[in-house]
Ligand binder design. Structure first.
Ligand SMILES: [Cu+2]
Length: 464
């Protein structure tokens, strides 16, 4: 459990008012500290199974949560003690391009034994995360990720906060070790690497005690390689407060199931309605079965009387896109994958048949091109409004993530969706997004089903 500021202040009241500061206990501008990626093992599977070898920041998965105030400067010296080159991407942060952590685009991979200084400001409050961005299909699957929480200037009125990183692991039940075939052609050409063992914060039976009537803030982060979590609430009355860190103008009541695609986050406020002695749940649906993703045993009743529906979180920079008629139009046609209709595509400058691509373990194309190229998908001048049409001509959903900037979906009725950095596009459907290209640099745009990204689904845009 993470203490809310209210509890923190209550707990420290006895120490005297002089010790109180708005962001007491929060790391901010404290200078460089190190974050070391290294090998570790942990009891991931239930008792009786062996420990699982993982890779983790500070030897932990999830890594230690970085929690800072809005506007704070984050300084971390990344120390690589892995057997592979690596880098850290700060997912969802409107960051300086040089700090975006994409090996091969914004920096070289940090080789084993080497270090890299990440130094950036977090301009927006919200729920973000960080993860490895070199060979990410392997490195994220091994556990290299953690939460990055940026606090609002004024703490919202909640009783308890939970940062919940959802993941699945592909584990051999005999050995409790991760399946080492991170490049399996079947995963790459189908739905990606899906695990057989699901956890919250590395715990397959995550549980946290709550009080009836309490309002919790749940910060959900999908850290899985490919799994789209289908979630719902039980014994909790909930509101969506923010998607991908960005607050909604009006909280949305949670009604039934909602998807959380890889890379996406959602902030919920939930009021505990389950009775004392029972439990409330965050549930996942798999094959029409409801299973607990996180349990909240109700151990007492809150002394606080029931609250009204929550007020919206304070807005971030919030680009209120109202008109995209003059926006620069770009189309991204996705093709390939199993059961797709991709005949030929260009890989490393060479036109190849789908069979040849498959032999190279590549399966997906954007506008007929597989993987990264020397030239960007598109170049924009700074401040240009862009509308990007994503045509999913494959048989699979894809969670498309834009680095460095948030966008809104252009809806059919002329309205715009919430600000996001990762959007789920569905098979056979066209999704249009709009954003202002206001952050200069080379920004990756890729599928967050990491096997897909490794098998062709990545490109980049250039903002001058
Ligand atoms: Cu994909």
């Amino acid at each position: 459990m993470i203490l809310t500021r209210r509890k923190l202040l209550q707990g420290s009241a006895a120490l005297g008012a002089a010790t109180l500061s708005p962001h007491m206990g929060l790391a901010q501008n404290e200078g460089f500290t190190s974050i070391t990626a290294r090998l570790a093992s942990m009891q991931l599977a239930p008792d009786g199974y062996a420990q699982t070898d993982v890779w983790g920041y500070e030897g932990l998965t999830p890594g230690p949560t970085i929690q800072v105030a809005k506007g704070a400067r984050v300084q971390r010296q990344f120390v690589n003690e892995l057997p592979q080159g690596s880098s850290i991407h700060w997912h969802g942060i409107r960051i300086d391009n040089a700090m975006d952590g994409v090996s091969g685009l914004t920096q070289d991979a940090v080789e084993p034994g080497q270090t890299f200084d990440y130094d950036f400001v977090v301009p927006d409050a919200g729920t973000y995360w960080f993860h490895a961005h070199n060979k990410s299909v392997e490195q994220v699957a091994r556990g290299l990720y953690g939460a990055l929480i940026v606090e609002e200037d004024e703490a919202p009125d909640i009783d308890q906060e939970e940062v919940l990183l959802l993941d699945d692991w592909l584990i051999n039940p005999d050995t409790a070790q991760l399946d080492p075939d991170f490049e399996a052609p079947h995963d790459r050409s189908h739905g990606g690497r899906n695990g057989n063992f699901i956890t919250t914060n590395g715990d397959y039976q995550f549980s946290s005690d709550v009080k009836q009537g309490d309002r919790l803030r749940l910060r959900l982060i999908n850290a899985a390689n490919a799994r789209i979590f289908v979630l719902s609430l039980m014994g909790l009355e909930g509101w969506v407060m923010a998607y991908d860190g960005m607050p909604l103008d009006k909280p949305e009541k949670v009604n039934g199931e909602f998807p959380l695609a890889p890379g996406q986050r959602v902030d919920l406020f939930v009021d505990v309605t389950a009775e004392e002695g029972e439990a409330a749940y965050l549930l996942r649906t798999i094959d029409e079965q409801l299973l607990p993703q996180a349990a909240f045993p109700v151990t007492a009743r809150s002394s606080v009387s029931t609250r009204d529906a929550p007020q919206p979180l304070p807005p971030n920079h919030g680009e209120h896109i109202t008109d995209v008629s003059d926006a620069t139009a770009v189309t991204l046609r996705m093709e390939g994958g199993a059961m797709g209709r991709l005949n030929t595509a260009v890989l490393d400058g060479e036109e190849m048949t789908f069979r040849q691509l498959a032999e190279a373990n590549q399966f997906w194309s954007f506008n007929g091109v597989v993987g990264m190229t020397e030239t960007p998908l598109a170049g924009f001048s700074r401040g240009e409004m862009v509308k990007l049409k994503i045509e999913n001509e494959t048989r699979f959903p894809h969670a498309m993530h834009l680095h460095g900037m948030h966008f809104r979906e252009v809806l059919e009725d002329g309205q715009f969706g919430p600000m996001r950095d990762t959007i789920l596009t569905y098979a056979g459907r066209t999704t249009e997004i709009a954003f202002r290209a206001d952050n200069p640099g080379k920004w990756l745009f890729h599928c967050h089903m990491l096997s897909h990204s490794a098998a062709g689904m990545r490109t980049w845009i250039d903002v001058a």
